[in-house]
Design a protein around this ligand. Structure first.
Ligand code: PLP
Length: 446
C-alpha cells in the first residue's frame, strides 16, 4: 500500500493499519484491538477522519477535563515552545516557578512543595520513595479496588487485576480491603472499614508501615465515593501510627468531583498528594507529587534522590498554568458541581427506567452505572475481571451511536469534560437510555 506522507492526509484505514503494524496498544492482545481512528477534537466532541462525530463521555481517560482543543492552552504551549521548549531540570524556569506557586495555592493545607513527573505512575513511584525515606519504614498499604499506574512500584500498589501479570513486584506492599465489596455485597460502614484497617496495621506492625496510599474517590475500579467519616478516620489512624497518608488524586483531582481535589469534600489534608491527568487536561503529559512543608523540609540537608530528564518540563508547566487559568476563568469546578447535580438526577432516572441498572454512583461529573442480571440477587451483568455478550453489545451500540465511554466488567462511566452544558449532558444520556434496552433484555421477565 502506498502511504500518504503529508500530515492529515491518511485515511482512517491507513492510520489503523500502520498503528497496529508498528505500535503496541496497551492492556490488550494485539490481535483483538479495534482502535477508533481520531482526526480532531473540540469541546466535548471528537471526529474520525471520515467525519463521524463522537460525544466524549469519558474525557478520554478521565483526563481532558477542560474539554478538547482549548485555544488558550494551545497558544500557551505554542508560545512556550517558541521561547524555551526545554532545559535541564537542574535549571529554574518561569513556568516551573509559577506552577509551583499556583499549586501551593490550590492544594489543601500546607501541601506546598511539588516534584514534577511525566504522569501519574511516576508521581506515585516518587511518593513511595519519599514516604520510605521520611519514615525510615518500608511497608506500604494500598487497597484492592485501586489503580495507581503501570510502572514497577505503581503496579504493585495497584489492587485490581492489572497487577497480576507484574507480580511479584516490589517488596513491602500490603493490600487491604475497601469499604466497598462489589455490587452483590455492597458497603461496609466507615466504622467497620476503619476497624479492619486498624487490625491490618496492628497485624503488620505499625512501626514497619511507611504509608497508606488510596484514591480518595476511587476511579476505574468503580467511582467509589467513601462513606462520610472514612477519609477522616484514615487520616486519624495514619497520624496515630506515624504512617504517611498518600492520596492519589491523579483521576479525582482538578474538578472532576466538583472540588479542586476530592479530599476537599471531607476537609482532609493528606501528607502527600499525587496528581496528573487534569493538571494539564492531558494537552501535554505532566504529573506531580505534592508534599506538606514538613516533609519537604527534610530534604534541606538530605539529598532528594529522585530525577527525570523531563522533570519540570517547561512545555508541560506552561500547559498546566494555562489549564488552571481555564478552570478558573470558565468556572469549571462550579460547573462540575452544578451539572453534577443534574447528572445525579439523570442517573437516577436511568435506575428507575431500566431493570438492568443495579446501582448508580456519582460525585461531580464522575459517574458510573453498574449493570445486573437480576435486581433481587444483584448478580453482575459480567463477572469480576470479565465480560459478557450483553456488555460487549452495549459497547458496540455506544460506538455505533457516537458515544465514547469506557465499558468495563459490569459497568460503564459517565465522565464528560467539565465544560459540558446541560443540553449536551442530556444528549449523551439519551443515547445511554436507548442503549440500556439491550441490557434490560438480559433481565428475567422483561
Ligand atoms: C488513580 C490513578 N493513579 C495513577 C494513574 C496512572 O497515571 P499515568 O497513566 O499517568 O501513569 C492513573 C491512571 O489512570 C489513575 O487513574
Amino acid at each position: 500500500m502506498k502511504i500518504e506522507t503529508t500530515p492529515g492526509a491518511m485515511t482512517a484505514e491507513e492510520i489503523i493499519a500502520l498503528s497496529k503494524k508498528h505500535t503496541l496498544f496497551e492492556w490488550s492482545a494485539q490481535g483483538t484491538v479495534d482502535p477508533l481512528p481520531v482526526a480532531r477534537a473540540k469541546g466535548i466532541y471528537f471526529w474520525t477522519p471520515d467525519g463521524k462525530r463522537f460525544i466524549d463521555f469519558n474525557s478520554q481517560l478521565m483526563c481532558v477535563n477542560i474539554g478538547h482543543g482549548d485555544e488558550r492552552v494551545v497558544r500557551a504551549i505554542q508560545d512556550q515552545a517558541a521561547r524555551l521548549p526545554y532545559v535541564s531540570p537542574f535549571m529554574a524556569t518561569e513556568p516551573r516557578a509559577r506552577l509551583g506557586r499556583r499549586l501551593a495555592e490550590l492544594c489543601p493545607g500546607d501541601i506546598d512543595v511539588f516534584f514534577f513527573t511525566n504522569g501519574g505512575a511516576e508521581a506515585n513511584e516518587n511518593a513511595v520513595k519519599l514516604a520510605r525515606w521520611v519514615t525510615g519504614r518500608h511497608k506500604v498499604l494500598a487497597r484492592y479496588r485501586s489503580y495507581h499506574g503501570a510502572t514497577g512500584a505503581a503496579i504493585t500498589l495497584t489492587g485490581d487485576p492489572r497487577r497480576w501479570a507484574a507480580e511479584p513486584g516490589i517488596p513491602g506492599v500490603v493490600h487491604v480491603l475497601d469499604p466497598y465489596h462489589g455490587i452483590e455485597r455492597g458497603w461496609d460502614s466507615a466504622a467497620q472499614s476503619l476497624a479492619t484497617l486498624e487490625e491490618v496495621i496492628q497485624l503488620e506492625g505499625p512501626n514497619t508501615i511507611a504509608a497508606f496510599i488510596l484514591e480518595p474517590v476511587t476511579g476505574t475500579n468503580g467511582v467509589l465515593v467513601p462513606p462520610d467519616g472514612y477519609l477522616e478516620g484514615v487520616r486519624e489512624l495514619c497520624t496515630k501510627y506515624g504512617i504517611l497518608m498518600i492520596c492519589d488524586e491523579v483521576m479525582s483531582g482538578f474538578g472532576r468531583t466538583g472540588e479542586w481535589f476530592a479530599v476537599d469534600h471531607w476537609s482532609v489534608v493528606p501528607d502527600i498528594l499525587t496528581m496528573a491527568k487534569g493538571l494539564t487536561s492531558a494537552y501535554v503529559q505532566l504529573g506531580a507529587v505534592g508534599m506538606r512543608r514538613g516533609i519537604a523540609d527534610q530534604f534541606k540537608d538530605r539529598v532528594f534522590y529522585g530525577g527525570l530528564t523531563y522533570n519540570s518540563h517547561p512545555l508541560a508547566c506552561a500547559a498546566a498554568l494555562a489549564t488552571i487559568q481555564v478552570y478558573e476563568d470558565d468556572r469549571l469546578i462550579d460547573n462540575a458541581r452544578t451539572l453534577g447535580n443534574v447528572m445525579t438526577g439523570l442517573l437516577g432516572e436511568l435506575e428507575r427506567r431500566h431493570p438492568s441498572v443495579g446501582a448508580v454512583r456519582s460525585i461531580g461529573l464522575f459517574g458510573i452505572v453498574e449493570l445486573v442480571r437480576d435486581r433481587r440477587t444483584l448478580e453482575p451483568l459480567a463477572p469480576f475481571n470479565g465480560t459478557s455478550a450483553e456488555m460487549t453489545a452495549l459497547g458496540q451500540f455506544f460506538r455505533q451511536e457516537g458515544l465514547y465511554t469506557i465499558v468495563r466488567w459490569n459497568y460503564f462511566f459517565t465522565n464528560p469534560p467539565l465544560c459540558i452544558t446541560e443540553a449536551q449532558l442530556r444528549e449523551g444520556f439519551a443515547i445511554i437510555d436507548r442503549a440500556l434496552e439491550i441490557t434490560d433484555r438480559a433481565v428475567p421477565g422483561t
